[in-house]
Design a protein around this ligand. Structure first.
Ligand code: NAD
Length: 295
């Protein structure tokens, strides 16, 4: 049986780890939040006291942390994964981080003889819970084939974007587009509502017209339009605005690196920066709606 270490049990990591337990893998879990570890232990995972404990004897190590620095510390820090992992373990980081950070950590892993993939995901917390995530993978094809059965227990689409860091580049492009689409969707809904339209009716119209998009159809930012969306539960859970701001920043850095023009991405980053400054960084990213309408 494959032993898996899963580190980072937040909005995404917890349901992903849960699906691995349900698929019959032996899963050791660690998070700096003790309640998060306890919740998974109650569902059949082994609770580890720290990252090194979690990766003891693991065939596959999976991490799902907020940002580049967390991932660097986890893998490269003293007592970290590179020190503690078995010599033949496969390392898979599913966090969305800077491509340069992914490459740096994968190179350090390779120096120890360990294969590492960057495998950021798309599909949101709903996709994580349903096991229908899209994995966007960077790294060696051979390592991806080793990881495939494990990824398949958490997602339904697995793409090989290219070498180390390529998964992150593709994910960053996707999230830049998502940030633009979410802000645009909130803006359009606000315009209609300000003219007295029912947001549900307007959403139905645009969902069957040329403005249709994922944010409108599956993650509607207007409260009450979509029961399952974070907007209808006070913008809790989901994908934090702080994390979207991080990803839009990564997109700007990536654009600077190659001299690509990204004016809409830059504007979306500014909108999310304002939103964060208004104290809403912890809310789901669809709460960008508050920039347009306060109530
Ligand atoms: P989150 O903030 O809900 O969870 C992060 C978890 O990591 C928390 O439980 C935190 O306690 C834990 N953590 C932080 N530092 C740690 C450490 N040193 N050791 C162990 N645990 C540590 O974030 P999330 O929404 O689950 O997102 C995780 C990553 O996935 C981010 O990079 C995000 O951009 C990306 N992502 C999120 C979504 C989404 O819809 N939420 C979708 C796709 C990708």
């Amino acid at each position: 049986m494959t032993n898996i270490a899963f580190i980072g049990l937040g909005n995404m990591g917890a349901p992903m780890a849960r699906n691995l337990v349900r698929a019959g893998f032996k899963v050791s879990v660690y998070d700096i939040s003790l309640p998060a570890v306890r919740a998974l232990a109650e569902e059949g995972a082994r609770a580890a006291g720290n990252a090194a404990d979690a990766v003891q004897g693991a065939d596959v190590v999976i991490s799902m942390l907020p940002a580049s620095q967390h991932v660097r510390d986890l893998y490269l820090g003293s007592g970290g994964v590179l020190e503690a992992a078995r010599g033949d373990a496969l390392l898979v980081d599913c966090s969305t981080i800077a491509p340069e950070a992914s490459k740096e950590i994968a190179a350090a892993a390779a120096a120890r003889g360990l294969a590492m993939l960057d495998a950021p995901v798309s599909g949101g917390t709903g996709g994580a819970a349903a096991g229908t995530l899209t994995f966007i993978v960077g790294g060696e094809g051979e390592a991806l084939e080793r990881a495939r059965p494990v990824l398949a227990a958490m997602g339904k689409s697995i793409f090989h974007a290219g070498g180390s860091g390529a998964g992150q580049v593709a994910k960053i492009c996707n999230n830049m587009l998502l940030g633009v689409l979410m802000a645009g969707t909130a803006e359009a809904l606000n315009l209609g509502v300000a003219h007295g339209l029912d947001p549900q009716v307007l959403s139905d119209i645009m969902s069957r017209s040329s403005g249709r998009n994922w944010a409108l159809e599956l993650y509607n930012p207007w409260p009450g339009v979509m029961e399952s969306a974070p907007a209808s539960r006070g913008y809790t859970g989901g994908f934090g605005s702080d994390l979207m701001l991080k990803d839009l920043g990564l997109a700007q850095q990536a654009a600077l690196g190659v001299g690509a023009a990204t004016p809409l991405g830059a504007l979306a980053r500014q909108l999310y920066q304002l939103h964060q400054q208004q104290g809403r960084g912890q809310l789901d990213f669809s709460s960008i709606k508050y920039l347009y309408r306060a109530d």
